[in-house]
Design a protein. Sequence first.
Length: 169
Amino acid sequence: MDVLWAPWRMTYILGNDKYEGCIFCPGEDRSMDAERLMLYVDQTVLVLMNKYPYVNGHLLVAPVRHVPNLDGLEPGEMLAVMEMVRATMGILKSMMHPDGFNVGLNLGRVAGAGVEEHMHFHIVPRWNGDTNYMTVIGEVRVIPEHLQATYEKLLPYFNRLKTPAGGEV
């Protein structure tokens, strides 16, 4: 018998990991970034890991400003978010070597938005054969690496995007 190991799910099941406030609003205090799986924050855009991923490396890119949809973004914000989507895909290519990506927005609850008041892109790396019998027959996804291990692998890549003063390169 195979055992599926997903220790972070117990916190979700017990309801103990509910973040107070919007998960995408970074706030001023950076001391909780690792716990929140926040990989990158600047004045305009942020990147964090999805706590309940479809696959390892499932990342979220959002504007820092709390807006519900694309219409709420200023042109500079739109550009910064799209540049970060591209940079994030580049980092995932370098680190995880996926064969492709699913990239998208879920705008509105009916479209599957879990946090509909703060728009965000999902970036999901994909590999040939990553949908197997577990998903098709058992309706189970296997996440083979602990989220914290993936976070620690990704963080140095995102740190390289920042200058010593904390701004974007």
